[in-house]
Design a protein around this ligand. Structure first.
Ligand code: LLP
Length: 427
């Protein structure tokens, strides 16, 4: 459930009419709902009840400082994949002791910064990375907490670009190699083996791949324990899907219940492992919309186009993954007949569409809301076609706050330079 609803034919974010947001901040504009973010975070947190746990929001889904800050205030942890994300978490008031660091190619400088801040854990994805981390920690006189990301080779049955737990994917350490890698980690002086993790993909709508992955990890944990390598936590990654159209993913409560039952079954009287989740999409996607205005309606011979002021540079998911996101009018018209439109942007690419074949009753100047845009929306935006990136607004009850200003034109070339007049004189 989210807090984007119609009241008297007017789409609202919580108590604020979206038409008012567009009036005040312009379009295209991302609008987030604080209450929805909080609701989704609590759903995960409460789902694990009194089992020791930490919900590490995946910063990549939406890294706006206001979003991170709202979650930090609830005691969230964070899953990061770069120093940039780490610096954002710190800027937003997040607690580094609740940060886990994922990613296949952490650089020495990134490791050093994370060690300096005493993050909770490094999710290590290869043997070469173990060695690098050991060396960096040694130089700093630190002990680096590590978890190995195991690739359990399960099919997440999702889009191939967002499936990560198969042998063919670049992520993690193969389950068959993991035991050896753990032995190596345990032997390295500046590493402290504390956990195991996996992340098998994104937008999963079934429980079984998660349970299969858990089974494979638990087998490994048993073998490690037999060798005297004991872990404190198990991190099952993110990946729980959301409803974009008619998908029916399990609710966080059902997801957590199934995992906890399997854990209880298989580990019985063992000391409970702290459970970590890294949800991104499930927290942020339906907590945001992209507001856009219809510029022109362009009837064609075979298709009709609604040309809007948002484009693939603002929201790339439809173009990149053929993702379907609902497009709804901000003001409902009762009288007008609908027409089938391809909703397209101003970018010079045929792939620049936000939705195809949508039944809409609209006129030029109308506002549309592209739903489920709170995750992997603004964070994947670019300046293609030299389009300034959109504004971001967060609604909290009856108030709307600008949480990122629309990019000014001058920022488009900030950091660029001309060659000096004298350049080329030697030719
Ligand atoms: N943890 C790790 C290590 C990840 O790689 C990811 C996402 C997550 C957590 C969060 O997964 P989530 O709960 O959001 O499914 N841009 C794509 C999604 C890419 C996901 C990459 N990894 C999209 O727009 O569908």
């Amino acid at each position: 459930m989210d807090h984007f609803n119609y009241r008297n034919g007017q789409l609202h974010a919580e108590d604020v009419p979206l038409a008012q947001v567009a009036e005040r901040f312009g379009t295209p504009c991302y609008v987030y709902s604080r209450a929805t973010l909080e609701r989704h975070f609590h759903a995960f947190d409460q789902a694990l009840g009194d089992h020791p746990h930490l919900i590490c929001y995946a910063v990549k889904a939406n890294s706006n400082l206001a979003v991170l800050n709202v979650l930090a205030r609830l005691g969230a942890g964070f899953d990061i994949v770069s120093q940039g994300e780490l610096e954002r978490v710190i800027q937003a008031g997040g607690d580094p002791a609740r940060v886990v660091f994922s990613g296949v190619a952490k650089q020495e400088g990134e490791m050093a910064r994370a060690l300096e801040l005493d993050i909770k854990c490094f999710n290590v994805e290869s043997r070469a990375e173990l060695k690098r981390l050991n060396a960096v920690a040694g130089k700093l006189g630190k002990l680096a907490p590590v978890s190995l990301r195991v690739n359990p080779d399960v099919d997440a049955r999702t889009h191939p670009y967002i499936s990560t737990g198969l042998k063919d994917n670049k992520f993690g350490i193969a389950a068959s190699e993991a035991l050896d890698a753990y032995r190596q980690a345990a032997s390295l002086e500046h590493l402290d083996v504390v956990g195991m993790d996996c992340h098998i993909g994104s937008q999963l709508t079934e429980l079984s791949p998660f349970l299969d992955a858990l089974d494979r990890l638990l087998l490994l944990i048993e073998r490690l324990e037999a060798e005297g390598i004991k872990l404190d936590h198990l991190d099952l990654g993110g990946g729980l899907g959301v409803t974009y159209r008619d998908e029916t993913p399990p609710a966080p409560a059902d997801y957590a219940k199934a995992l906890l039952e399997r854990l209880a079954d298989k580990r019985g009287a063992h000391k409970p492992l702290t459970l970590l989740f890294e949800p991104g999409r499930a927290i942020a996607a339906n907590a945001g919309v992209l507001l856009t205005r219809v510029e022109f309606l362009k009837p064609g011979e075979t298709r009709h186009f609604a040309i809007v002021d948002a484009a693939m540079n603002d929201l790339i998911r439809p173009a990149l993954y053929q993702a379907w996101q609902a497009i709804i009018p901000v003001e409902q018209r009762s009288s007008q007949e609908t027409q089938r439109y391809d909703v397209v942007g101003p970018v010079c690419e045929t792939g620049d569409f936000l939705g195809k074949g949508r039944e809409l009753a609209i006129a030029p100047g109308d506002l549309l809301a592209i739903r489920s845009a709170g995750a992997y929306g603004f964070v994947m935006a670019s300046n293609y076609n030299s389009r300034p990136r959109a504004a971001e607004v967060m609604v909290d009850g009856g108030e709307a706050y600008l949480v990122r200003a629309r990019e000014a034109f001058s920022l488009l070339w900030a950091g660029e330079a001309l060659l000096p007049e004298s350049a080329g004189a030697s030719h």
